[in-house]
Design a protein around this ligand. Structure first.
Ligand SMILES: NC(=O)c1ccc[n+]([C@@H]2O[C@H](COP(=O)([O-])OP(=O)(O)OC[C@H]3O[C@@H](n4cnc5c(N)ncnc54)[C@H](O)[C@@H]3O)[C@@H](O)[C@H]2O)c1
Length: 329
């Protein structure tokens, strides 16, 4: 039985907590959030102890894995601390805000011989997995043109509105488009050039990024990610993957999960549920894969080097948008 401690009981902490409830051979023994009611809510769901200080949790709880669902600017500090005390670490994406921090995390994991992975969850979405399998099988021939979108209203749910502060979230390149950068790198190989635009600081609540990636294979990708949609508009992701013999297309709004939309005078909420199978929950699948790697001492599906490679593209897109120039990698 692998014992888990979860730090950060906000949006993603709650998502992970629900995923753990259906995982066998894993037990969340402690949760921590500086907002006590958030920690207590998840502790009562999971039947474990609640803490409001990570340091206290680390001292008192006996666990093997730290699951980090903290705001991004805190990932590095807590991951390194936990690794130094011999804990395996699963960290939400993005790995960190800078390559220096990300490299320090990887070095610390290696020095302490602990397993470390990052929540690049697209790898575990059934639709993206199926597309990856089809590409590997050569179904669309040689991939040439790749287009992805990931568009939503500004994530106004966060603790102290930390997404708004680009020093803390990294903006839509580092926080949002990074999902697609990881998936594209994993399936189409290394990128050699990045050219990007974004809406920039004049639109503090309407952040949007558009990047063109050139792959070493010669393929090109057009990656769009947005926090610029008006409040209440539904989150939507798409891909079009065109090869010499065909194309693969996906649109999350045409997918078949159960969609619940609740409106009030204040706000509109939209929930997606998959009534088909718990096994298809990608967050459950990514955590199960990580725990399998811990238990069997194997390389995780998402390696830390891959998380760094995705961050590298995101930072190149930011740099290109800032300078107006192509960034060569
Ligand atoms: N994989 C995905 O699909 C996905 C989706 C959204 C967010 N994320 C990532 O997950 C991470 C968390 O994002 P979120 O949307 O859940 O944020 P959030 O603001 O909803 O939750 C963060 C929580 O951390 C708590 N917290 C802050 N400082 C703390 C500290 N020092 N000790 C303990 N608790 C502390 C806050 O009280 C809050 O409850 C981010 O890195 C984000 O990029 C991933």
């Amino acid at each position: 039985m692998i014992r888990i401690a979860l730090v950060g009981c906000g949006t993603m902490g709650e998502t992970h907590a629900h995923a753990y409830t259906s995982l066998e051979d894993a037990k969340v023994v402690a949760v921590c959030d500086i907002r006590s009611h958030h920690a207590e809510a998840l502790a009562s769901l999971l039947g474990c102890e609640a803490f409001t200080s990570y340091e206290e949790m680390n001292k008192k709880a006996d666990y093997d894995v730290l699951d980090i669902c903290l705001p991004t600017y805190l990932h590095c500090r807590y991951a390194i601390d936990a690794m130094k005390s011999g804990k395996h670490v699963f960290c939400e994406k993005p790995i960190a805000l800078t390559l220096e921090d990300a490299n320090r995390m990887v070095e610390t994991a290696e020095e302490n011989k602990v397993t470390f992975s990052v929540g690049h969850v697209l790898r575990f979405f059934p639709q993206y997995q199926t597309a990856a399998d089809q590409i590997k099988a050569g179904r669309i021939g040689t991939p040439a043109l790749l287009r992805t979108t990931r568009n939503q209203a500004f994530p106004g749910w966060s603790w102290e509105n930390w997404y708004q502060d680009l020093e803390k979230s990294g903006g839509p390149e580092v926080d949002l488009a990074i999902h697609d950068y990881d998936w594209l790198l994993c399936n189409f190989g290394p990128v050699t050039r990045v050219y990007a635009k974004n809406l920039g600081p004049k639109h503090p609540e309407q952040m949007h990024t558009l990047a063109i990636l050139r792959f070493a294979s010669g393929a090109m990708a057009h990656v769009e990610a947005s926090w610029a949609l008006p409040k209440g508009i539904e989150f939507r992701t798409t891909f079009e993957l065109v090869g010499t013999d065909g194309q693969l297309c996906y649109d999350s709004t045409r997918d078949c999960p159960l969609k619940t939309q609740l409106g009030s005078d204040e706000e509109v909420s939209l929930f997606y549920d998959n009534p088909l199978s718990e096994e298809m929950n990608p967050y459950r699948a990514e955590l199960a894969a990580f725990l399998h790697a811990v238990e069997h001492k194997t390389e995780p599906v998402v390696t830390a080097a891959e998380a760094i490679a995705a961050l590298h593209i995101a930072l190149a897109a930011k740099e290109s948008a800032r300078s107006g120039k192509v960034v060569r990698l």
